[in-house]
Design a binder for this molecule. Structure first.
Ligand code: 26A
Length: 346
């Protein structure tokens, strides 16, 4: 099946970030007013974090950026290079070289927009036990512009895509680019997948999120992200995750022939697959404490595993089980990295 997959089938757009990751005590989070398992955009007061992580906590540097993570994992499982194409913006520096090198090693076809005057984005990853807190300094990633998609070669790559995946995170950077890709997917009747990405997206970027939602065929999110969306919509405060999922799939949709699907993860509790009025649960294998290295990238890996099967036309059941496999694997490795050959069996 994999052999029939053509290059460039899966197109992703997002923020390419280098993760600066370290295990820290809880009071380090408090110092920067950060919460466990959150993801935020760096403000001025967060800027010293990066240096501090390196100098005080022997931070590791790892390829990151949510969409790029998912695509690297999808590529790892697919095994055939260049099925996935990625667009994002980097600086002209060593960090960009590291990101490109890791992406290429994974088989990903990256087409970065490069801004010479701005450094490549970084993300502080603060590990506390099984929690991780992310603070992204987007820098060059924030400078992505739609004209990168106007370059004829890039335009051709976008039009060549059969599946499209963009994070909610990218709404902070360039809603027009997202709308452009969504419209292409819609015109060609190809699946367009998005992620709620973080609670702050629903809190501060609800308008562009709602603008793109009618195009979204599959929406991913975790419990906290779904709850933030529900709050932003003033849905009943007692609505549980199942109810929120049902409301998410019922939001306006441009192509009614392909009803929206919501896939909601909840840590080691079962993944919910919400379609129409039905909610199915997919159990997650609970890892023993000693097997867990860090949970950074688990959500991205889930999507990566899902995509690796989805682009091969597999059933949602197989896609979700592969998502769970990939997330479980990534948790046993530092950041969103893998080791060895994938061992997913359908
Ligand atoms: C706009 N923001 C906040 C972000 C991110 C992000 N990727 C894109 N945009 N904040 C954190 N990340 C990435 O998420 C991964 C874990 O899910 C981190 O780089 C990390 O690799």
């Amino acid at each position: 099946m994999t052999d029939t997959l053509r290059e460039g089938s899966l197109v992703g757009l997002g923020n390419p970030l280098l993760d600066i990751s370290a295990v820290v005590p809880l009071d380090f989070l408090q110092k920067y007013a950060m919460k466990e398992d959150d993801a935020i955009l760096a403000e001025e007061r967060h800027m010293p974090i990066y240096r501090e992580l390196i100098e005080r906590f022997q931070a590791e540097f790892l390829a990151g950026g949510s969409v790029q993570n998912s695509l690297r994992i999808a590529q790892w499982i697919i095994g055939k290079p260049k099925v996935a194409v990625f667009f994002g913006c980097v600086g002209q520096d060593d960090y960009a070289n590291i990101l490109a090198e890791k992406a290429c090693a994974a088989g990903l076809d990256v087409h970065y927009q490069v801004k010479c005057d701005t450094p490549t984005g970084t993300c502080a990853v603060l590990i506390t036990g099984t929690h991780r807190s992310l603070c992204a300094n987007l820098a060059a990633a924030n400078k992505f512009t739609i004209d990168h998609l106007d370059i004829p070669r890039n335009q051709a790559l976008i039009e060549n895509g059969l599946y499209y995946y963009i994070s909610g995170f990218f709404l902070t950077v360039t809603p027009p680019s997202i709308m452009r890709v969504a419209a292409t997917a819609h015109a060609r009747q190809r699946p367009f997948l998005m992620n709620l990405s973080a609670p702050f997206i629903s809190q501060f970027y609800m308008a562009p999120l709602l603008a793109v939602m009618p195009y979204v065929d599959i929406i991913f999110g975790n419990e906290a992200e779904a709850k933030a969306f529900a709050e932003g919509q003033c849905w009943p405060a007692d609505a549980d995750l199942r109810e929120i999922g049902k409301r998410l799939v019922a939001l306006d949709k441009l192509n009614p022939k392909r009803p929206r699907i919501a896939i909601l993860t909840q840590g080691c509790d079962p993944v919910l697959l919400v379609q129409h009025d039905s909610v199915q649960e997919f159990p997650v294998t609970r890892l023993a404490a000693h097997e867990i290295v860090d949970t950074n990238g688990a959500g991205d890996a889930f999507v990566g595993g899902f995509l690796s099967q989805f682009v091969q036309g597999k059933s949602l059941d197989v896609c979700i089980r592969c998502g769970n496999y990939a997330a479980g694997h990534i948790i046993k490795n530092p950041g969103c990295t893998y080791s060895g050959k994938p061992e997913f069996v359908e």
